[in-house]
Ligand binder design. Structure first.
Ligand code: NAD
Length: 259
């Protein structure tokens, strides 16, 4: 756990989707540790409640693919805490049915687009009015390093969805800049999650094939993404908007990596 040195989010309200696990959960912890009221939004009630309890936050059960539920999420956050300062739109999936374009069917394609991209459209659409009314806000949408580089081990709908999140975030960042709302796309490199660990424990060669491309020589810890989220959420990043905010261990900047 990183040492938390600031109180810079004191009194702010942060809504985090997919906060029951991984990057979202670590971010909920970090945002709360820096003083924010955290609204934990997740489709998984057990994980979501546990995360909310851990951070003294509010759990709201939400399927981010359902427009009305997303609208209500921000209304509940506003009613409960009086404001919506930070929206971390992070829920996402990468199911095994999504692979090469040659083998990926339309159902898998659409499901991934719905959860990863259309959800971010809903989240921004319904978080923005609260922020515009206040004349201030920070939206952070989780894209991925795959939005800026290609992989031979394709997940075609996932990569396309993250490209969409990146372009949408950039456009919103530009559109609303002069109204006080910043919008950035967080682009994590590969993160050390239980799923990834399991996958690579079963196949060390697969892990090595990926690790060789990362200049830092390891995957990110969720807490390292959470630190970037807290920065983008705070006024410390007041001149950063419409950015492709890469937190990727250098992977997107590398040709030959250190031995
Ligand atoms: N883990 C990585 O290596 C990595 C790398 C780059 C980008 N990302 C992105 O970061 C985000 C978080 O990834 P993670 O690894 O922490 O994932 P995770 O699987 O650990 O957590 C995702 C959370 O989202 C929730 N969720 C899934 N579908 C939902 C829905 N329809 N409505 C509401 N909640 C839903 C899940 O219940 C879960 O709690 C995703 O958008 C992912 O694409 C992850």
């Amino acid at each position: 756990m990183l040492e938390v040195v600031s109180n810079r989010l004191q009194g702010r309200t942060a809504v985090v989707t997919g906060a029951g696990s991984g990057i979202g959960r670590a971010s909920a912890r970090r945002l709360a540790a820096e003083g924010a009221h955290v609204v934990v939004a997740d489709i998984d009630p057990a994980a979501g409640k546990a995360a909310a309890d851990e951070v003294g936050g509010l759990f709201v059960s939400v399927d981010v693919t359902v427009e009305e539920e997303v609208k209500q999420l921000y209304e509940v956050a506003r009613e409960t805490f009086g404001r919506v300062d930070i929206a971390f739109n992070n829920a996402g999936i990468s199911p095994p049915e999504d692979g090469s374009i040659l083998s990926t069917g339309l159902d898998a394609w659409r499901r991934v687009q719905d959860v990863n991209l259309t959800s971010v459209y809903y989240c921004c659409k319904y978080a923005l009015p609260h922020m515009l009314e206040a004349g201030k806000g920070s939206i952070i949408n989780t894209a991925s390093f795959v939005a800026v580089m290609g992989a031979a081990t394709s997940q075609i709908s996932y990569s396309a969805s993250k490209g969409g999140v990146l372009a949408m975030s950039r456009e919103l960042g530009v559109e609303f800049a002069r109204q006080g709302v910043r919008v950035n796309a967080l682009c994590p490199g590969p993160v050390n999650t239980p799923l990834l660990q399991e996958l690579f424990a079963a196949d060390p060669e697969r892990a090595a094939r990926r690790l060789v491309h990362v200049p830092l020589g390891r995957f990110a810890e969720p807490e390292e993404l959470a630190a970037a989220v807290a920065f983008l959420a705070s006024d410390d990043s007041s001149f950063i908007t419409a950015s492709t905010f890469l937190v990727d261990g250098g992977i997107s900047g590398a040709y030959v990596t250190p031995v």
